[in-house]
Design a protein around this ligand. Structure first.
Ligand SMILES: [Zn+2]
Length: 153
């Protein structure tokens, strides 16, 4: 079950949104039309991401951090609710660093364990790298991100 599924158009749009915001970090939500049967990461893994909703980055220093713009975030939530979608994950880009979660990415994670963290690296020009991570708590109660494979349909 350690994989996530995304449609090809959504995958392409995800890359484009990040390229458009370069050299700033882009951020937003990955939405699905599939209903999660329960609030578990297994349920989220069975969802297909079919829409990407960009949220403005309101961080003071946007080249290496991101904060959801509150107005955009509320608008995204309304849109998801109106379209009867569910949140499958949250994304942000790393304009100049690899697609690995930074310490602050894990520290500031507020998506719980039922959504996935997607990171898009633009460090290699012309060759974006996308990775998805499953947030999980270790037995010691520490939040960890475990990489999962991305299945494009
Ligand atoms: Zn990051």
């Amino acid at each position: 079950m350690n994989r996530v599924t995304i449609t090809r158009p959504a995958y392409e749009r995800l890359i484009q949104i990040c390229l458009d915001k370069f050299p700033d970090e882009a951020c937003g939500v990955l939405a699905s039309y599939d209903k999660a049967s329960s609030l578990t990461s297994e349920a989220a893994a069975n969802q297909t991401v079919s829409e990407i909703i960009a949220v403005r980055n309101a961080a003071g220093t946007r080249v290496n951090s991101y904060t959801f713009d509150p107005t955009d975030w509320v608008a995204a939530l309304y849109k998801i609710q109106r379209n009867r979608q569910t949140i499958a994950g949250f994304f942000h880009s790393h304009p100049t660093t690899p697609a690995a979660p930074s310490a602050s990415d894990i520290e500031q994670w507020s998506g719980g364990t039922q959504t996935y963290a997607w990171i898009i690296s633009l460090a290699k020009p012309g060759n974006p790298v996308i990775k998805a991570y499953r947030p999980q708590y270790s037995s010691a109660g520490e939040l960890m991100f475990t990489e999962v494979s991305i299945h494009i349909i």
